[in-house]
Ligand binder design. Structure first.
Ligand code: NOJ
Ligand code: CA
Length: 551
């Protein structure tokens, strides 16, 4: 673990999500690996990342990209050895980059020896590590998550004549958390990886650990109690460990995972993410204001992880039917773009690679409360491939250069785990790290700059309060972030047309705004409405300095 005086580092940090498989292949087998990832740490540092989130890298038949684990204690051989992992961690820490890893604790692969044992006979000692039933009638109120592939949360086991329970794919049997042996084993897994030096976990699928009849089997008190127990354990044995919850829930339920500062340190702000896209589609600031008001404040040692995209489909489970219709009609015009209740596209294609919108969205996600979590490749506006199955279209090789295989691998192209993107609008020959690094006006260089400005203001943007300001124009979102005497005014034109807004800033009469990227001073605030003229899809971040502060 990286030692730091700043106990709340995660509130100020920039996170970056990486699938080892997709990042860099060091041994020409067409699959990314830990040694490859280690070689790219300087790049990761250069874009300002404070913490890497590694997708599952454990032994797995890879039917759900590693979220189907067959051995919690070993690394998928294609990704390298445990020594390669240790070296990676050491090199990341040497660069002051932290690393958290996925902890998949709700389920295992049906290839896991525990499940292979459990399905041998009804009285096998591992039988009770899973959830069995004679009928499919139990837990009827639990929804099905992977609706495109699964018809039920129960699957028949021919050999022992009972059904087993699974919230995700039928090849991912849920562990039975009512069994104390299971709980102890998962603690062992946690200890194993933390003692190797990890800085924390992104905990997968946290709402679903326990099942109870007559409930929807999500967010149960037993589940919260178990995570509180985990929190106590890591606080005692590995102080400084950070736990981040993947709980795709409505705001009131999502917030509960912070507990009373005794459960998770962080949780993804799932409610916010789709509402950003809805606000953009409707050119209306209300959906963002409304959801932020429902999700803040959070307890002082906790924070949201805010994100635009990740390795899954853009999930639309926790929005109204009307909101989902807007999302599908605006962002998923072809049926192939949809998956389950979501949209399987990367950020740039979602917004037609529109540079103005991409900057606007990044400006938003770095200014709203929470720590930004970026998805690999989005810093160069990588494209996707909706013709690859499942969510694989957003998991293609990272585009490093215009060399063979986008510089990702020196293997023969047909050996790659997935083809590189060659669509004319997103072709790796021009859309790659090397080309964008050389071009001062590239998105990558803009991203680096934006991250560095965010970091200069990491206290006010990372920890500050938020106050929404009246703009007289619904298309414009404006808010003030405040942390002690530090203040930042952030204003966004969500519209496809130029517009203007008038802010009542009389409270700050005598203060001077300074545009945060350029440090260009703007006119001093007075008693009259403060007037902004804004090009389409544009934003300002402004530091406010008080009267007498050099002005
Ligand atoms: C959420 C993960 O993000 C997703 O990729 C996975 O398929 C499910 N959990 C099941 O583990
Ligand atoms: Ca490899």
């Amino acid at each position: 673990m990286l030692e730091d005086e700043n106990r709340l580092w995660y509130r100020d940090a920039i996170f970056y999500e990486i699938p080892v498989r997709s990042y860099y292949d060091s041994n020409r087998d067409g699959i990314g690996d830990f040694l490859g990832l280690t070689q790219k740490l300087d790049y990761i540092k250069s874009i300002g990342i404070d913490c890497i989130w590694l997708l599952p890298f454990y032994k797995s038949p890879l039917k759900d990209d590693g979220y189907d684990i067959s051995d919690f204690y070993s690394i998928l051989p294609e990704y390298g050895t445990i020594e390669d992992f240790d070296l990676f961690l050491e090199e990341a820490h040497r660069r002051k980059i932290r690393v958290i890893a996925d902890l998949v604790l709700n389920h295992v692969s049906d290839q896991h020896p525990w499940f292979i044992e459990a399905r041998k006979s009804r009285n096998n000692p591992k039988r009770d590590w899973f959830v069995w039933s004679d009928t499919m009638d139990r837990y009827k109120d639990a929804r099905i998550i992977f609706i495109d592939t699964e018809r039920s949360n129960w699957t028949w086991d021919q050999n022992t004549g009972q059904y087993y329970w699974h919230r995700f794919y039928s090849h991912q049997p849920d562990l039975n958390y009512d069994n104390p042996e299971v709980r102890e084993e998962i603690k062992k897994v946690i200890r194993f990886w933390l003692s190797r030096g990890l800085d924390g976990f992104r905990c997968d699928a946290v709402p679903y650990l326990f099942e109870r009849e007559g409930t929807n089997c999500e967010n149960l008190p037993e589940t919260h109690a178990f995570f509180k127990e985990i929190r106590r354990m890591v606080d005692d044995e590995f102080p400084g460990t950070v736990l981040l919850a993947e709980a795709n829930q409505w705001p009131t339920e999502a917030k509960k995972y912070f507990g009373n500062e005794d459960e998770f340190h962080m949780a993804f702000n799932f409610p916010l993410m789709p509402r950003i896209f809805i606000a953009l589609a409707k050119e209306d600031s209300y959906p963002i204001q409304n959801i932020i008001k429902q999700t803040v404040p959070v307890p002082p040692t906790c924070d949201w992880g805010v994100f635009l995209r990740n390795h899954d489909e853009l999930t639309l489970e926790m929005v109204t039917d009307e909101e989902r219709d807007i999302m599908f009609s605006e962002y998923a015009k072809l049926p192939k773009m949809r998956l389950n209740l979501g949209i399987r596209r990367r950020l740039s294609p979602l917004v037609d690679a529109d540079r103005y919108i991409l900057e606007l969205l990044h400006g938003l996600i770095m200014a709203l409360p929470g720590s930004p979590i970026f998805y690999y490749g989005d810093e160069i506006n990588m494209g996707d491939n909706i013709f690859l199955g499942d969510r694989n279209g957003v998991r293609t090789p990272m585009q490093w250069s215009f060399d063979r295989n986008a510089g990702f691998s020196a293997a023969d192209p047909e050996m790659l785990y997935a083809p590189v993107i060659t669509n004319a609008n997103y072709h790796y020959e021009f859309l790659n790290v090397e080309a964008q690094s050389r071009l001062p006006s590239s998105f990558l260089n803009w991203f680096r700059k934006a991250v560095s400005v965010r970091k200069k203001n990491s206290l006010v943007l990372g920890r500050g309060d938020i106050e929404f300001l009246e703009t007289g124009n619904r298309k414009v979102l404006a808010f003030l972030r405040s942390y002690d005497s530090e203040k930042m005014l952030c204003i966004f034109n969500l519209s496809r047309d130029p517009t203007n807004a008038q802010l009542d800033l009389r409270k700050y009469a005598g203060w001077t705004p300074e545009e945060s990227f350029s440090r260009v001073p703007f006119p001093k605030i007075g008693e009259l409405p403060y007037f902004f003229t804004m090009p389409r899809h544009s934003f300002f971040w402004m530091n406010l300095s008080p009267p007498g502060d050099g002005n």
